[in-house]
Write a protein that binds this ligand. Sequence first.
Ligand SMILES: [Zn+2]
Length: 389
Amino acid sequence: MIDVVSFCAELIKCKSVTPDDDGALDLVADFLASVGFETNIMFFRSPDGSNVVKNLFASFGSSSKKILGFLGHSDVVPPGDGWSTDPFEPVQQDGYLIGRGICDMKGGIGAFCCAVAKFVQKKFDGSIKILITGDEEIGTREGIRSLLQWCRETGNMPQDCIIGEPSSENILGDRIYLGHRGSINIVVRSVGQQGHVAYPSNFKNSLSNVCRFVTHMLNYQWKYEDKRFPQTHLEPTMLFTNNYAQNVVPDQTSANLNIRFSADYDASILKEILQNEAEKFDVSLEFIESGNAFYCNDEKLKSALVSSIREVTGVDAAFSASGGTSDGRYIVSHCNTIEFGLLDRLIHQKNEKTKLQDLLNLEKIYLRFLKKYFSIESDPLENRHEIIA
Ligand SMILES: [Zn+2]
């Protein structure tokens, strides 16, 4: 019996707070194996052995004619306080399913697993790969990057991929992410000379240096030509200084910044710009890159998904490249990638929930998409868009 709601409810019961698994990937693997997938649970270790991440790869069909992947993650962020229900005890209430991770992204996993389970019951020419990582929320190398390296080395890379992350904004199907901006975290540091605040000639204030640089960068005019993306934006996130007295200026200050950037830039150009500006303010920079901007231009994927959404929900999807980054930034260099799933409004919040009808419709959308992708005629008696209760 393939039932997306009860499958998702079972997934919620697994306390897979990142990077713990608590049986979530075994549950998915057992489900996929029961409908004929070959499944492979893999533990990837960091070279020093300090980090181990559990991941799942599952495959159906051997044809290399068309290879479609579904990508997701089974880990969730910690629940935090203030829930009105137990975050790991699924509750159905007023037409909703409540539980940590239901939107991000156990609902997406449940929907695409149930869709493929139904789809593979009929013959088709191609193969389906399911990739599920166990640490997307903290994103170490032993999750998606190791899994993709394994796919490449073993000839298991999909040609096209749907990421089941939450993408819808106000109603299911109103937004598809075709890409995301790039992201770099920056640590700004200044080392000065401590001194009494009343004697400016006797100190070098590290805090002033950092503040001047950050203010300068907040006012920097970023170019904005590629309108597929929101404009490049820099934001400070942390400020530290080693001073606890009001009449002393600190000799050490650091600040953390994040820049989200469109395809008008790539990471190396941005780093060069920031480095050049930093030299004017006597600050040093450390960069932690998390990927360049990317965008899917594959018309076949886009039109198959848009028409699947319209047929199930009656909604015309808009394309976007806003939002946070996802594992898409790693898989995009291997295959065409498109991101579509439940509403993202309640992710990482207390009382995370989704409409039951959205889960059912998401499964139907993925199933429609599978049929279009593999050119299987849809059953003309299938319901067109159902009225959402
Ligand atoms: Zn997610």
